[in-house]
Design a protein around this ligand. Sequence first.
Ligand code: 13P
Ligand code: SF4
Length: 325
Amino acid sequence: MFTTAQSNVPSNQSSALNLPEDLFGAIEDLKKEMNAVILAHYYQDPDIQDIADYLGDSLGLAQQAAGTEADVIVFAGVHFMAETAKILNPAKLVLLPDLDAGCSLADSCPADAFADFKRQHPDHLVISYINCTAEIKALSDIICTSANAVKIVQQVPVDQPIIFAPDRNLGRYVMEQAGREMVLWDGSCMVHEVFSEKKLLELKVQHPKAEIIAHPECEVPILQHADYIGSTTALLNYCQRSEATEFIVATESGILHQMQKAAPAKRFIPAPPIANCACNECPHMRLNTLEKVYLAMRNRGPEIVMPEATRVAALRPIERMLEMS
Ligand code: 13P
Ligand code: SF4
């Protein structure tokens, strides 16, 4: 099913780790032996996307995690995503190929400071974006993702004040779409803040027919030029149904692999970052590699663990999200 992937670990390290020649084949064998499922986010390296049993946005991944019958979940994504899978599946082994694969947005909302913030707004319902730690989920009433945030906020009675955390950019976008005020936590994603409005407009002059499509974690100067705004899955679906043949894509560049596969005749151009850097690649997501996926399966670790009290408190708001989606 897959072509042979040679390990890209230097050969001296590769032999020390005893990596197989054909990583794709070895991972496929381990999947069967372990009854494992590989869930991957679109921001992962193309090789990881190609080996995944399910590839999706944060909502799709949470739904898959909630419904899987596998004994082992290999989560090719970041820590909060694997943690969500563990919250939903306490009896399963949940593996994260690199335990350091965190998230700048989740880091921008520490639990102690957020508990204080909540105390300052005692009558507020707390809706938290899934890009947060289990501790923040445990302090929340409902979880949402970029795919369902507007729909969830619209289901809350209009006289109920809301705290929205941790992403101020998604929060602002949801306020505009749902037509209601919310108290926003001042967090953001380092990847979605790197895009340059000036360079975007210069690129648009070179490609006048290109549509600009953007993730709602981007800031207003980028979103105001977007022809379409949505979650990663929504962006992928949109570029297939749109009649445009060129797209400038303002989100993490890993998604371009699927866009190009889904619409090979169309052209996808990553939106340019302010600096001349690859900072539109999430440094956390990209810590995972095919080698680490293989090693995590072979070693049955690193695994996600958390205190049971935190897990139980974090479960209810995730279940509410799944019911309201
Ligand atoms: P979605 O998966 O909801 O599109 O969000 C993107 C993201 O930043 C995940 O970390
Ligand atoms: Fe977090 Fe942003 Fe990376 Fe997503 S892209 S994992 S929100 S830092």
